[in-house]
Design a protein around this ligand. Structure first.
Ligand code: T1G
Length: 688
């Protein structure tokens, strides 16, 4: 059952019932069309349309986008509602998004509850509204507002929707209010499609284009949506619908729409493996050890999710610093109006900071975010083991250190798991859940349950140097430093990767995080580094020169007065000097060559990560790269992007690069298997 109908006297009630979010699939479209005919046959005076459960309608069923369009097509259903002699009222309680908003706009009247949202997020899936939204919305809210909503994809809350005249009223009980609407008043409302289109306005359209280009660079759908809205201003309504439909059908089969759909569903599929059936421990009170930037961010994320937090530090100064760090994050949230004073106070009341671990004696989860030193971590785990209940889960936020070695510190290593957050921990969505050799199912189940409560994207990783994300990042940076050493400059590399779709290139990004972090990791790896692997010394030279990044006023770039980045010829000269010392000729790489080398280096490393079983699926690597490392979402993540190149082409190119450096460009066996068999990388797994 997808659409139910009933009537009370001459009022019809139509309810969309397609859990969990009333996605509009074929059966819903058919049910709505049948409901239009039913209402006309019964000569009802109005139809009140609602959605069962937590959504009015979440939009077209995106799972159908890879299938041939099936009748009845959504635009035809909209037109049937809009042109019917029986007026429909949309009673919106929940989200009305995409096709859901389009159904509401085809109704004569819209009444929404205060907690509802209405919007056109189609561009976030790489398409444009395909069921009349590009033509009805401008008629209801005007050109400027319609262009903003459609090209940026942000929904409106109830107050904003009322102010924009997208809805007629905001009421606690939209169904009741829809029943009470005066029949004459309803009869006077002009059907949406008959409303006059707004006047064309070149300045407004130009501004919308520029805003969309700035906010969603490289993305096709926002610009095409503006084209379709603009074209519709000067042609009859039904003619404009044809252009809209053609554009929607064209885009939905394009690379960007496929990539965005892939990530949309991959994010929602990021859940605990079915093999993990254990119950998680209680998460009402969590201990966080270490109140530095990461610890404070983690503590704030926990507070945001309604938990009680005990921040543990080594001494009173540490306690004061930790409390101040959390207060800084609260103040920033207040400033950005993400919380109000009451919310800030509620968070402060649920936060305690102490040096005595006994203060967390009833916490069933502890997250260690102390200094990245094995000695420090072992000491912390010993104290946690003594202070917390025996079944408590002990997690470490370490980025690089060996979780198996940390786990060996406590009598029951099954309680130890890695929970790798990404700075800022209360904002970045990725959470790597790192499974040590002896991590038990309760610990893993707890990691996934915590991710759900924090609305994070969880990805399971096995133990290796850098787990999934940082291991790929290390290879990305090594490839960048090699290109820099052999002929480019940091700014050329950054520009090339920004053109690829990164918000920031690897050098500017490292200036923000600090060059000392990677430097410490390289020193840690000195003892085990492959002596045959070419070592690029430039970053070490930078640290020796005290150029640690923005925090020291200079790193790969200079930041005069703490302001924006400025290219630094001294840094460019460093590479020339080092190349000279290494007796290497320099090459003038094009932006395309830089992009190819850095992306292939990441794909090759990621393929090994998958081949070794460090990551379970290619999809998980896509989630890590998009939600933790800024890989462009509209490319679908690193491995989805790899499949658009194809394993055969990747291996052929790596064969060429291997001639330059057989160690750095050793081809992953997984790529060779995919190239030989034709299997998509998305479906590849560890060698059996
Ligand atoms: N199609 C198919 N499945 C969907 C879906 C959709 N549009 N939206 C959600 N789901 C599934 C989701 O995969 C998950 O499945 C479950 O519902 C719960 O989702 C013609 C062309 C509505 C705000 O872009 O933003 O209309 O994991 O975990 O956090 O012009 O889902 O349970 O198996 O996200 O409460 C436009 C997309 C489509 C809205 C709810 N609409 N959805 O969030 O739950 S294109 C959108 C969302 C379109 C027309 C065009 C969110 C939500 P499972 P969830 P949530």
């Amino acid at each position: 059952m997808s659409v139910t109908t009933r009537s009370e006297a001459d009022v019809g009630y139509v309810e969309i019932d397609n859990p969990p979010v009333n996605a509009i699939g074929q059966s819903v479209r058919q049910g709505l069309l049948d409901a239009v005919r039913w209402a006309e046959k019964e000569k009802l005076t109005r139809v009140i349309l609602s959605g069962k459960g937590r959504a009015f309608a979440a939009g077209a069923d995106a799972r159908e986008f890879d299938l041939p369009p099936q009748e009845p097509h959504l635009p035809d259903v909209m037109n049937a509602i809009d042109e019917s002699f029986v007026p429909w009222i949309a009673a919106i309680d929940g989200v009305a998004l995409g096709g859901g908003a389009e159904i509401a706009m085809a109704c004569r009247m819209r009444i929404m509850s205060p907690r509802s949202q209405i919007g056109m997020p189609e561009v976030t899936l790489g398409v444009i509204p395909g069921a009349g939204g590009t033509q009805r919305l401008p008629r209801l809210v005007g050109l400027e507002k319609a262009l903003e909503m459609i090209s940026l994809g942000k929904p409106l809350g109830a107050k904003a929707a009322l102010a924009a005249k997208l809805v007629h009223a905001v009421e606690e009980d939209p169904l009741e209010e829809a029943y009470m609407v005066n029949t004459e008043e309803l009869g006077c409302i002009v059907p949406t499609w008959e409303l006059p289109a707004p006047q064309p306005d070149a300045a407004v359209i130009d501004t919308a284009r520029k805003t969309a280009a700035r906010k969603t660079p490289n993305q096709i759908a926002p610009q095409r949506a503006i084209d379709v809205v603009e074209a519709g201003l000067s042609v009859p309504f039904h003619e404009a619908l044809k252009a809209e439909r053609a554009t929607f059908l064209e885009l939905r089969k394009g690379d960007q729409a496929r990539a965005l759909r892939h990530i949309f569903f991959a994010e929602r599929g990021a859940k605990a493996p079915e093999s993990i059936t254990a119950e998680p421990v209680a998460l009402d009170h969590v201990a966080v050890v270490g109140g530095g930037t990461m610890g404070a961010g983690i503590a704030y994320a926990l507070l945001n999710a309604g938990m009680r937090v005990t921040l543990l530090e080594t001494d009173e100064d540490g306690v004061a610093r930790a409390t101040a760090n959390v207060e800084k994050v609260i103040a920033a949230s207040l400033k950005r109006k993400l919380i109000d004073e009451a919310g800030a106070e509620d968070r402060r009341e649920r936060l305690a900071a102490a040096t005595d671990y006994a203060q967390a004696s009833d916490a069933m989860l502890a997250i260690e975010a102390a200094f990245e030193s094995m000695e420090v971590k072992k000491d912390v785990f010993t104290k946690l083991d003594a202070a917390l209940p025996k079944g408590a889960i002990l997690a470490t936020n370490t980025s690089y250190l060996d979780i198996n070695e940390i786990a060996a510190t406590v009598p029951d290593p099954s309680r130890v798991v890695g929970l790798h957050f990404f700075a800022p921990a209360h904002i970045m969505k990725l959470l790597e859940i790192v499974r040590g050799d002896r991590t038990g199912d309760v610990a893993l189940a707890t990691g996934f349950a915590l991710a759900k409560k924090l609305r994070k994207v969880p990805v399971l990783a096995r133990v290796c140097d850098g787990f999934i994300g940082n291991r790929i990042l290390a290879r990305y940076r090594e490839a960048a430093d090699t290109v820099f050493m052999d002929g480019s400059t940091p700014w050329e590399v950054d520009a090339a990767m920004e053109e690829f779709g990164y918000a920031m290139g690897p050098y500017e990004a490292q200036d923000l995080s600090g060059l000392d972090i990677a430097h410490a990791n390289r020193r840690r790896q000195d003892a085990t580094r492959d002596p045959n692997r070419r070592y690029i010394p430039i970053a070490d030279r930078m640290v020796e020169l005290g150029k640690l990044g923005k925090k020291t006023g200079a790193g790969w770039y200079r930041y005069p007065g703490g302001g924006g980045k400025v290219e630094d010829p001294i840094v460019a000269d460093l590479a020339i000097e080092e190349s000279h010392l290494a007796k290497r000729d320099r090459t003038d790489y094009s932006a395309e060559e830089i992009r190819e080398r850095l992306v292939l280096a990441m794909i090759n490393e990621a393929a090994d990560i998958l081949d070794e079983g460090i990551a379970q699926t290619a999809r998980d690597i896509d989630l890590v790269t998009v939600f933790g490392y800024g890989f462009p979402r509209w490319r679908g993540g690193l491995m989805h992007h790899a499949d658009t190149i194809g394993a055969k082409a990747i291996v052929a190119r790596l064969e060429e690069l291997r001639k330059e450096d057989p160690v750095a460009w050793k081809i992953s066996p997984l790529l060779e298997r995919c190239a030989a068999s034709g299997q998509p990388i998305a479906e590849a797994g560890p060698a059996t």
